[in-house]
Write a new protein. Sequence first.
Length: 303
Amino acid sequence: MSTIEVDRAAFLEGQIEPQPRRRRPKRKTVNTVIWFVVLLALTAIILYPLVWLVFSTFKPSSEFGQNPGLIPENPTIDNYLKVFDGIAGTPLWRFFGNSLLIAVSAVVGILASSALAAYAFARIKFKGVGVLFAAMIGTLLLPFHVIIIPQYIMFQKLELVDTYVPLILPKFLATEAFFVFLMVQFIRNIPRDMDEAARIDGAGHTRIFFSIILPLIRPALITSAIFAFIWTWNDFLGPLLYVNSPEKYPLPIALRLYNDATSTSDYGATVAVSFLALLPILIFFIVFQRFLVDGVATQGLKG
């Protein structure tokens, strides 16, 4: 290095002084702390019922109404022992199995039928597609209670009451307009050039649907599966109408047995069953939470 370059570097070092580190404005720091405290308080309010439910599972039935606090005075595990023994001659695992059967069947039916219906609305041109799609969306405004009586009469004449068919069969007929609409929006965001390229190679609607559309709408399928599982698992009115035998009860109906089986309500066992019934939904949501967020985020993108 020449003498001129050394002198120049020394000159620059003397001229350029290190800039002081910028300090965050005090007002911005105070706002951050306030927002943190507010969010923490909201989180505590939202999670308090769940925390109360967990601690209440260890309360004896005699403490309910006398000890409104969070911590039980005389903690016990008798509630869980009583619950695992079952009720009305039916073990607890049977109720879990019934709920799981209905929920899984509903998820499979909703995904299969809704995906096919959505592909038809989004990709197949036929007369009256706009009217039919509008009519389907209009069913979202139709309360479920309006069709209860005619639907029950229909299944009663078919001698399907006290079976799971009335709870599962409609799921395979694309009756859930919300999921159909969700998948239609995803399919419409997929460029049609991919369909045309597949048709040049000789692919028909079946090949396009299974090889192109289904893999690309995976976020919508997973989102629909999460909501369908949670809604079906928590459904109370449907099983209450169509299922009469205690051994066929799902968990929401089995919860009622702990309050209706005797003249006095067993609150401890009811709370314990409620917490156990919540666990599958919580685990299911935690496992697929990332896919749910991806599905909602992808919904706002245009392809």
